[in-house]
Design a protein around this ligand. Sequence first.
Ligand SMILES: Nc1ncnc2c1ncn2[C@@H]1O[C@H](COP(=O)(O)OP(=O)(O)OP(=O)(O)O)[C@@H](O)[C@H]1O
Ligand SMILES: O=P(O)(O)OC[C@@]1(O)O[C@H](CO)[C@@H](O)[C@@H]1O
Length: 304
Amino acid sequence: MIYTITLNPSIDYIVEVPGLQWGGLNRMNRDLKLPGGKGINVSRMLIRLGTDNTALGFVGGFTGRHIEEFLRAESLKTDFVHIAGETRINIKLKHGEETEINGQGPNITPAERENLLHKLSGLQKEDIVVLSGSVPPSLGGDFYDRIIKVCREAGAEFVIDTTGEPLMRALAHQPLLVKPNHHELSELFGVSLESRDRIVTYGRKLLELGAKHVLVSMAGDGAFLITPDTAFYANVPPGILRNSVGAGDSMIAGFLGRLALGGDLLESFRTGVASGSATALSDDLAGEEQIRELLPQVNLVPWL
Ligand SMILES: Nc1ncnc2c1ncn2[C@@H]1O[C@H](COP(=O)(O)OP(=O)(O)OP(=O)(O)O)[C@@H](O)[C@H]1O
Ligand SMILES: O=P(O)(O)OC[C@@]1(O)O[C@H](CO)[C@@H](O)[C@@H]1O
């Protein structure tokens, strides 16, 4: 079974205000309230790709209830810890560009924290746990480390989508997949990555440090699958960017979902890129049909 863990879910309040006037009264063209948080996005995409999974994490308040109801309506299995605090609302302002304002997240009590770890006590070695997104400050900076320890003791694989020190520490425990974007990769190593060759060189360092699979995304400029001996570059299908929220999560879901269904590495990479792009070209996360349409437009070339 695949489990996703979203420690800091959100309602993504997507607000379209063309011609935004800072400091004035603006009226929305359109708004959408979607369940968000990176792990939840991965779960929603996996379901669309036919991969059974369960979403875990902390939810509370009216916002938490909205998320649970929304996910239930999409037939997604959830096993959240219910908290006394209130799940955050993240604002995604579309005004020609995309401006994001993400909340810190609610307080999580020690009992609620232990409750989540307890839910992982039944993990088995066939399981894959996806850890994605920010950690509410009250959980402390080492909470991912604690979850990783539980996964590894059970022999379960884990995928981690985070940045900086927590990502560095996780590498030593051999994550099944990491997917930094090229900016995150450059910050991780404190270097500038002005050429694609350098992106591949530093992506390969993630393998040397322990990752089993590495994808590096570069938004509309393509993506790399990096293996110990070679690398593959994928173009992204052309189209007008409608929504970058969840594109990276969709890419992870596409790759992992295909791999979990027995796909080979290159097929999984293509599905990952097509899934990321299908979401980038849609208002919400993309559907299976949109992904299928884009697949033939993703070409892989070896990068030596
Ligand atoms: N402008 C675009 N056109 C087509 N596809 C895109 C575009 N932007 C992103 N994508 C798709 O989404 C994937 C992930 O994008 P990106 O590199 O922005 O990841 P990220 O920074 O993790 O995303 P997120 O905005 O979700 O945090 C890309 O590999 C690509 O498939
Ligand atoms: O604040 P975090 O946890 O880093 O990111 C949260 C978030 O921006 O990531 C998702 C897109 O990847 C959104 O659904 C959500 O609002």
